[in-house]
Design a protein around this ligand. Structure first.
Ligand code: DC
Length: 204
């Protein structure tokens, strides 16, 4: 069976938590595509050119969660993600992952629009910039990364603007995606809604 779930949306809207839960519930493989862009961004911060960095990417590059989940790497990821040649280099890996037997859930910005336009379920998970910045601030604080609330909000807004205004595969809800706004929703309530949507699709 190939069952594909595409989950898009801005940073810290709850995509990651929802994707992991969906993968666990339905026995699907999960790919956080943001990690690919973060790994390229990390290499660029070490001095490599963006396209060379995307070409040289290896599976091992993705297994350094701590170094990839910093605010600097997030901004670098958003900057390299503007480049069509970088996106092109990462395309086949994502599409092959999506086609794996048993099915997959992919989360990112362009999964429902570009990577998996035929996905069985498409979700666009969003929330206000303020709510997302507060969640990200608490996550960073818990990890001991010292940064102010105002700086986190500014970073979130800068990334939203860059990710949604770029020409190549901008962040946008696919026409046939279901939008879930988690601003005033608990993660449990969001997951109930997602399970309902997937359940209906599986029955059909
Ligand atoms: O999901 P994330 O915050 O880890 O993503 C980091 C950056 O990578 C994001 O700001 C834009 C880029 N990205 C993208 O352009 N397309 C994707 N499918 C996933 C991430």
């Amino acid at each position: 069976m190939i069952f594909t779930v595409a989950i898009d949306g801005p940073a810290a809207a709850g995509k990651g938590t929802i994707s992991k839960a969906v993968a666990q519930d339905y026995g699907l493989a999960h790919l956080d595509t943001g990690l690919l862009y973060r790994a390229v961004g990390w290499r660029v911060l070490q001095g490599e050119a963006p396209v060379a960095a995307a070409t040289a990417l290896e599976a091992g590059d993705l297994s350094h969660d701590d170094r990839l989940r910093t605010p600097e790497v997030a901004q670098a990821a958003s900057e390299v993600a503007v480049l069509p040649e970088v996106r092109e280099k990462l395309l086949d890996f994502q599409r092959n992952f999506a086609r794996r037997d048993g099915g997959a859930v992919l989360d990112g910005r362009d999964i429902g629009t570009v990577i998996c336009p035929d996905a069985d379920v498409k979700l666009f998970v969003t929330a206000s910039a303020e709510a997302r910045a507060e969640r990200r601030f608490l996550e960073l604080e818990a990890k001991g990364i010292g940064v102010s609330r105002a700086q986190v909000l500014a970073d979130v807004q800068a990334r939203d603007a860059r990710d949604s205004s770029r020409d190549a595969a901008p962040m946008v809800a696919a026409e046939d995606a279901v939008t879930i706004d988690t601003t005033n929703m608990s993660i449990e309530a969001a997951l109930d809604r997602v399970r309902e949507i997937i359940g209906l699709k599986l029955q059909a």
